[in-house]
Design a binder for this molecule. Sequence first.
Ligand SMILES: *[C@@H]1O[C@H](CO)[C@@H](O)[C@H](O)[C@H]1NC(C)=O
Ligand SMILES: *[C@@H]1O[C@H](CO)[C@@H](O)[C@H](O)[C@H]1NC(C)=O
Ligand SMILES: *[C@@H]1O[C@H](CO)[C@@H](O)[C@H](O)[C@H]1NC(C)=O
Ligand SMILES: *[C@@H]1O[C@H](CO)[C@@H](O)[C@H](O)[C@H]1NC(C)=O
Ligand SMILES: *[C@@H]1O[C@H](CO)[C@@H](O)[C@H](O)[C@H]1NC(C)=O
Ligand SMILES: *[C@@H]1O[C@H](CO)[C@@H](O)[C@H](O)[C@H]1NC(C)=O
Ligand SMILES: *[C@@H]1O[C@H](CO)[C@@H](O)[C@H](O)[C@H]1NC(C)=O
Ligand SMILES: *[C@@H]1O[C@H](CO)[C@@H](O)[C@H](O)[C@H]1NC(C)=O
Ligand SMILES: *[C@@H]1O[C@H](CO)[C@@H](O)[C@H](O)[C@H]1NC(C)=O
Ligand SMILES: *[C@@H]1O[C@H](CO)[C@@H](O)[C@H](O)[C@H]1NC(C)=O
Length: 821
Amino acid sequence: MSLMTMATLMALACLCLAPAVGAPATVSARRPLRDNDTLVSAQGKFELGLFTPAGSSDGRFYLGIWYKNIPGQTVVWVGNRASPLSGVASAELRVSAEDGNLELVGPTAASASPVPVWSSNLSSSSSTPGSNNTAEIRDNGNLVLLDGGNTSKVLWQSFDHPTDTLIPGAWLGENKLTGEYQVLTSWRSAQDPAPGMFTDTVDPNGTSEFFYMWNQSRTYWRSGVWTGRFFATMPEATRNILFNQTYVETPTYRRVSNALYNNATITRLVLELTGQTKQYTWVPASQNWQLFWAAPTVQCDVYALCGAFGVCDLSSQPSCRCPPGFAPASEGDWTLSDWSGGCRRSVPLWCPHNGSTTDGFLTLPNVKLPNDSDLLAVGAAQSKAECESACQNSCSCEAYTFSAGRCAVWHGELRNLQQLYADSGVSRSSDLYLRLSAIGLRDLHSSGRKGGRSSWLVRGMTLLGVVALCASVILAWRILVARRRRRLVHMANEKDKGSSLTVYSYGELQAATNNFSERLGGGGFGSVYRGVLKQQKGGNTTQVQVAVKKLESLGRQGDKQFRTEVSTLGLIQHVNLVRLLGFCSSSNEKMLVYEYMPRGSLDRYLFRAGACPSWRDRYCIMIGVARGLAYLHHGCRECIIHCDIKPENILLDEDMSPRIADFGMAKLVGRDFSRALTTMRGTIGYLAPEWISGQPISAKADVYSFGMVLFELISGRRNSERCSEVDDVAGTGRCGSSAFFPVWAAGKVLEGEVGTVADPRLRNDVVPEELERACRVACWCIQDEEAHRMTMAQVVHALEGTIHVHTPPVPRALQNLVKLT
Ligand SMILES: *[C@@H]1O[C@H](CO)[C@@H](O)[C@H](O)[C@H]1NC(C)=O
Ligand SMILES: *[C@@H]1O[C@H](CO)[C@@H](O)[C@H](O)[C@H]1NC(C)=O
Ligand SMILES: *[C@@H]1O[C@H](CO)[C@@H](O)[C@H](O)[C@H]1NC(C)=O
Ligand SMILES: *[C@@H]1O[C@H](CO)[C@@H](O)[C@H](O)[C@H]1NC(C)=O
Ligand SMILES: *[C@@H]1O[C@H](CO)[C@@H](O)[C@H](O)[C@H]1NC(C)=O
Ligand SMILES: *[C@@H]1O[C@H](CO)[C@@H](O)[C@H](O)[C@H]1NC(C)=O
Ligand SMILES: *[C@@H]1O[C@H](CO)[C@@H](O)[C@H](O)[C@H]1NC(C)=O
Ligand SMILES: *[C@@H]1O[C@H](CO)[C@@H](O)[C@H](O)[C@H]1NC(C)=O
Ligand SMILES: *[C@@H]1O[C@H](CO)[C@@H](O)[C@H](O)[C@H]1NC(C)=O
Ligand SMILES: *[C@@H]1O[C@H](CO)[C@@H](O)[C@H](O)[C@H]1NC(C)=O
């Protein structure tokens, strides 16, 4: 069963170039791989050779394996991770004439004459001395060393020694005979493949569970045990249409591996610098790696990502930053995404040995506190002032908190600080008072006066500090007022020039959103903040709530091009589309201003615990979204493909009427679009198969996603959730053999039993004809072949009941998922 049509397979086959004539096919004692030579697998999928990490210029070379036909050299394996060569001249990958090992020799920083830096390290007993062993790179990306006396005997293979990437066919686990583990270890930085802070390894105690660990000591994420079909906390890794994941235990090994359904699919799992594993799939249509899923899903769940005193903040990019008064311990590492060094005070604390200090405290509002018990000591202090002086009186005290009558002080480095936002729902949040020297605090105030954009409150200072702060606040306020006056004039000039959109300046949106302080959410294109804008209407000033989207991943798009594209977007107006009110195009920030939707997005409305929208509301949402999409596809001058239809992109207005958000982004962000596409936690979710197979994307891709959303509206839960889990909770006995919900539902529709498909919480509050229609439409929308799917115009008519819909077949591609169980 394949997702791809013959046409795609043929196109892919053409892409795969045959190895260049004369290039060596194997490495042996007599034929080493020298200098810049590379070894290419038989069908030209993988290439082995020396590489230098992208962007580095200090002349370090590593033995690596990468995809031959994917631009940008995506490295999947590195040999000499921690011992680079200093040049390629006289470097050699060869089979040792003495012991038959595969080894890399070459110049290093310490030695200009070639020395061995890496070896397959086979003990002499397992290989024949002076043998004719050969090494080759296979089409699955495995570098193998074969016995010269028996070429079907693999002596050593790179699949037994993964670096940070797991590719299909390779494995992670334990070799019980040798006691060796196959572990993923992140790179140290973007330019250094040496082992970093994060590892993903199978439980050394022998269970099937996988642990993600920080510094090989602290577990920050667990896969859950293998249930026989999937890992308990990550069913999405198994339950997907690309590969079949299995965990197998035999007397000699226990391991997990992924087998592709279709060998032309290119996918890889990487333990990233961020401590998350991310599954990427190559999307030929956009020439991009598409994120498939990530674990842990939330970046800041990775323990101590930002090092000592670093703050993990989901709204900043990258997620790590230093608190005010602190700076990265190593600026260089920090820019290369190695945050493990953390932050250091710009001015050291001042602590004379008899304990009287002038140090003060800086408030970090609303942070998730580190809970390392060895650092935490709950004091006897009864008030905040007592707590503060308890901290101040101890030279090693770095910070304190006082909440709910409890005083806690921290000694030593603070790790795992997280910035929280109103909607993050984490309970252990509080204000943290971080100790800073008097000079450090004073420096902060003066930089604040210069208009530093720090939003941190500064407290606990000397009288002088308070005066300085007041002065700076007044000054800042004056500047703000003056700027706003100028801006109002500016606004009046810019409004209504060609389109109905208002042009805002950066400062204006910064003020409207209270310096981007209330984050409503974020998608692939950037974060959205709540704001309030003043609008002049016939002499009266009214306040308008808005949602401001700060665009990321726009690359170096010019101002003129951006304005042109946005103006076109401004013309697209429909009652089921979120309305664009204006934009900001400053030199380094591009922002879009939308009307504010107080009820938030459909996912919150539908999936939040306790929420159960009525059938009436759900059906209205189905029709509304269908109309909005039909307008985008058929009603505009050019067909606009949304490309990212999912509940998170469907907002609800006061009347519960749905509004589609984020349309037009594909055009705005251009080629980078698929990079910005976000998949929800779990499975391929809403993406049509053609995204992966590399066929051109048409409006039918939206139809597919819409079908998936319909199923979720019908069932009231994520398609990606395992039926059995929900069954157990609801006790309804639905989708008995725990199949993927849409497939099970499609089967029921075929059997004419749509009644069982609806959300059981609705009980009898459904209109049977509407349910039948919705189920049939949903099924037709998720057909494998684009031609078999309905158009959005047909969907609208079908849901409205003006055309009749026949019984649909069960989509074949998705049936793969059923086979898994
Ligand atoms: C290897 O390739 C680099 C870049 O293409 C080139 O500068 C260098 O001279 C080559 N080295 C050898 C030994 O061929
Ligand atoms: C090979 O063994 C040596 C000595 O035991 C060790 O230093 C080196 O790291 C090993 N190399 C690999 C690739 O395992
Ligand atoms: C290696 O191959 C050569 C020629 O094929 C043969 O003479 C020699 O005996 C082989 N050596 C071993 C150890 O098998
Ligand atoms: C060659 O190696 C394979 C795999 O280890 C083994 O099954 C086979 O018996 C070997 N053949 C000979 C002739 O030793
Ligand atoms: C392994 O088992 C030992 C003893 O039961 C326990 O102390 C240890 O924490 C376990 N390790 C892991 C990683 O679960
Ligand atoms: C990581 O662990 C090692 C030893 O287990 C320790 O020496 C080192 O300080 C730890 N690193 C950090 C950043 O805590
Ligand atoms: C896919 O590749 C693997 C390993 O190269 C091979 O064993 C398998 O037969 C291939 N499957 C198909 C369907 O080509
Ligand atoms: C300790 O500090 C006090 C001021 O608080 C000072 O008067 C005293 O001389 C200091 N004692 C020593 C031993 O430094
Ligand atoms: C800290 O919190 C994490 C997650 O909330 C928990 O797993 C861990 O056990 C806690 N550690 C301590 C020392 O309380
Ligand atoms: C997945 O792999 C397992 C083990 O290799 C196999 O038993 C199962 O049939 C496979 N499932 C599918 C759907 O290919």
